[in-house]
Write a protein that binds this ligand. Structure first.
Ligand code: PEP
Ligand code: MG
Length: 746
């Protein structure tokens, strides 16, 4: 090593004081190792090494030169420059003594499979993870390969997203450095998770541990139900044990691929780890929680009788979302039963809201009870800890919004309004679709949320509509927005667009809508944001100011004046939306458009024509998608595609409703509304395969993959190019996609 420059350090040589040298991730590994936590061993190639490399390879000037003409508003140019810089870094020669040091350390730590990760550093930034890019290479094997992976991590500091972020936030490119931890990958014989606090009830007296045989991925994908153990934190006694039958396990084969292996009858029945192991892990959990002064969400693995801590992070910073993915069991008798619309569980006092004018009644921590919700209810929904409705199914407004907000919701109980009393304390079990009197104790059976970064070919998108959530969701591992619903922004504007137009206030509408759209496009830039033009139904539009004049009372609004039909009969109102889109795209050209509820081929043709006349024409930078949600779209798919569109996104909510003839909002028919019905599944398959054949992208943005994760597997097998899910399903869906892709590759 050169004097004065520390290019490589072992984990035990660093502490949190060394963040400028090894980044947050590196310092954390040092802290844990020094605190006696059994983390898999490894070393860190420091930020100094990165700077030395830049200097000796003479790259700084060249990179500056490439970056000089950069205009971050030009996403094509940004991508080009990013590719050039990365190429430059990957192809440059690493200083030979540094490469030699890396190889030596790798040999000394015992060789074998390692994980090579990025840990960004910045002088005046406590957490530089956003200023850099977090590339990770798993299962890296061999001296040469490790050196290459380190260089690739360095290059990832110049991913388009990272460059964009630094420019937007005025960080000097060369003040953000990067360290690269190289860590041995544990060959898990048994693996699992631990929460040092009960993640559903926030009961801090409990430690929850789950275990499976083999690799831990299946806990996340939900393919295998793990053993579930509860330990009392104070006495360190096991208070509850559920041993689950496991029929197969996932193991790594010699080629480093994950393969399924069946278990024998005897193996299937046994407790996954011994009581001693459970207590050993729990003790580490206590120490981690004390060390970080915060409850931890931990991943552990067992290899050759040793237990390792693979990952630890504070329990859910993603708001209430963790609760949204927890399944549990309650033994009491429910007072109301409906459909499970959004998972999770919560208790609180009831607030009956008979009309949107009463939404102010709902305070933070209350449970909102209504006949049904509409966009006017949203401000109250945001304050509520849970929602219960009389009417509606799993794809009703209440369900979609609560999924997005990450709060439990039960819809279609039929008599919540007439049986519950204002102020009555109830417990809402969103997963089970049940409501209980009083505050109920419940047990956690399973937790599935993970935030491990995985790279998949199939894009993972998110359904989003609330501008307030955008920053939080954009920070997650998603490739863009697959469905940006217009209805919520329109509701926020509060006045009917045609009414505003009649008052010569069209520009005001355009500006307000453009402002809303910018929030999303900016936060996700340069990731794609697919804006779905307005698909308000008459009953929803009528409640907007001035709406009564323009929206007639319809018996069947689901089959009424909605979707593309509006655009071609009321071009002037549609133009307001198009103007807003154009305005936003001047700065953020990652904003695309998706046309909903297209009944006929000619409707789509006319809509495209209108857009074109307004200057919104398809181009490599502007994609137009069509939703496939009317059975005619499935039957005549090829004809729709022949008109020339870039992609299709399946609206499984409407498609299921129309294929099965089941009103999606009718609680009496809720049991019949099932996307897994053979007729619907055949339609999904036809669309996905048809798009692949025609060479257009295919996505799905209905609730189906968020409600039935197993559908994601099928869709990926058929060749879907992206899947868009509710925010609480992001991690789980990414894992499922990664697993299916790995299987298909084989
Ligand atoms: C759908 O129909 O699946 C869809 C995504 O649109 P919405 O739920 O808004 O009708
Ligand atoms: Mg729809």
């Amino acid at each position: 090593m050169r004097t004065g420059v520390k290019t490589i350090v072992w984990f035990n040589e660093v502490t949190k004081k060394d963040i400028p040298l090894v980044g947050g991730k590196g310092a954390n590994l040092g802290e844990m190792t020094n605190a006696g936590i059994p983390v898999p061993p490894g070393f860190i190639v420091t930020a100094d090494a990165y700077y030395q490399f830049l200097k000796e390879a003479g790259l700084t000037g060249k990179i500056r030169h490439l970056l000089a003409p950069l205009d971050t508003n030009d996403s094509k140019q940004l991508q080009d420059i990013s590719a050039k810089v990365k190429d430059l870094i990957v192809k440059a020669k690493m200083p030979p003594d540094l490469a030699e040091e890396i190889r030596k350390h790798y040999v000394k730590m015992g060789k074998g499979l390692v994980a090579v990760r990025s840990s960004a550093t910045a002088e005046d930034l406590p957490d530089a993870s956003f200023a850099g890019q977090q590339a990770t290479f798993l299962n890296v094997d061999g001296e040469k390969e490790v050196v290459i992976a380190v260089q690739k991590c360095w290059a990832s500091l110049f991913e388009a997203r990272a460059i964009f972020y630094r420019v937007e936030n005025k960080f000097e490119h060369f003040k953000v450095g990067i360290a690269v931890p190289v860590q041995r990958m544990v060959q898990s014989e048994t693996s699992g998770v631990m929460f040092t606090i009960d993640p559903t009830t926030s009961d801090a007296s409990k430690i929850i541990i789950e275990a499976v045989l083999g690799l831990g991925e299946m806990i996340v994908s939900g393919d295998v139900t793990p053993d579930h153990y509860v330990v009392d934190k104070k006495s360190l006694k096991i208070t509850h044990k559920e041993v689950k039958k496991q029929e197969w396990q996932l193991v790594k084969n010699k080629a480093g691929e994950n393969v399924k292996v069946n278990l024998t009858k005897k193996e299937q029945a046994k407790q996954k780890i011994t009581d001693d192991d459970i207590l050993f892990i729990a003790k580490i959990g206590k120490r981690l929680e004390k060390h970080y002064a915060h409850p931890q969400d931990v991943e552990w693995a067992k290899e050759d009788n040793s237990i390792f801590i693979v990952q630890t992070r504070p329990v859910t910073t993603v708001g209430k979302m963790a609760a949204a993915v927890i399944k549990h069991e309650i033994k009491e008798t429910p007072i109301l039963v409906g459909s499970s619309a959004s998972p999770g569980i919560a208790s609180g006092p009831v607030k009956l809201v008979a009309h949107p004018s009463q939404i102010d009644k709902v305070l933070k921590g209350d449970i909102l009870v209504a006949e049904m919700t509409t966009p006017d209810f949203v401000p109250a929904m945001k304050r509520a800890v849970a929602i219960v409705t009389d009417r509606g199914g799993r794809t009703a407004h209440a369900a979609i919004v609560s999924r997005e907000l990450g709060i439990p919701c039960v819809v279609g109980t039929e008599k919540a309004m007439s049986t519950l009393k204002d102020g009555q304390v109830i417990t809402v079990d969103g997963s089970g679709g049940k409501v209980y009197d009083g505050k109920i104790e419940f047990t956690v059976e399973k937790k599935v949320q993970r935030t491990k970064k995985l790279v998949t070919k199939t894009k993972l998108l998110v359904n989003l509509a609330q501008p307030e959530l955008v920053e939080r969701i954009a920070a997650l591992d998603v490739d863009g927005i697959g469905l940006l619903r217009a209805e919520f922004m329109a509701a926020q504007i509060g006045e009917h667009p045609s009414y505003m137009l009649s008052q010569k206030r069209g520009k005001e509408y355009i500006d307000k809508l453009a402002e809303g759209l910018t929030t999303f496009a900016k936060a996700f830039y340069p990731r794609q944001v697919v804006y779905r033009t307005n698909d308000f139904k008459t009953n929803e539009y009528r409640t907007l100011k001035g709406g009564e004049k323009y929206e007639s009372l319809e018996e069947n609004p689901m089959l009424g004046y909605r979707g593309a039909s509006r655009y071609i009969t009321d071009i002037e109102t549609f133009k307001l939306e198009l103007e807003a889109i154009k305005k936003v795209r001047k700065k953020y050209d990652n904003l695309w458009v998706m046309i909903p509820f297209v009944r006929t081929v000619s409707e789509l043709a006319k809509t495209i024509e209108i857009m074109k006349a307004e200057g919104l024409k398809r181009s490599p930078k502007f994609k137009i998608w069509m939703m496939a949600e009317v059975p005619s779209n499935v039957i005549l798919l090829e004809k729709f595609l022949a008109l020339g569109i870039d992609g299709v996104s399946i609206g499984s909510n409407d498609l299921t409703q129309l294929t099965l003839g089941v009103d999606r909002d009718n609680e009496k028919l809720a049991a019949l509304f099932d996307e897994r019905d053979e007729a619907v599944m055949l339609s999904l398959e036809k669309i996905v395969r048809g798009c692949a054949k025609a060479g257009v992208t295919c996505s799905i943005c209905g609730q189906a993959p968020s409600v039935y994760p197993e559908l994601t597997k099928k869709l990926v097998e058929w060749g879907i190019t992206s899947v868009s899910v509710s925010p609480d399903m992001i991690d789980q869906t990414r894992e499922i996609i990664a697993n299916v892709e790995a299987r298909l590759k084989k």
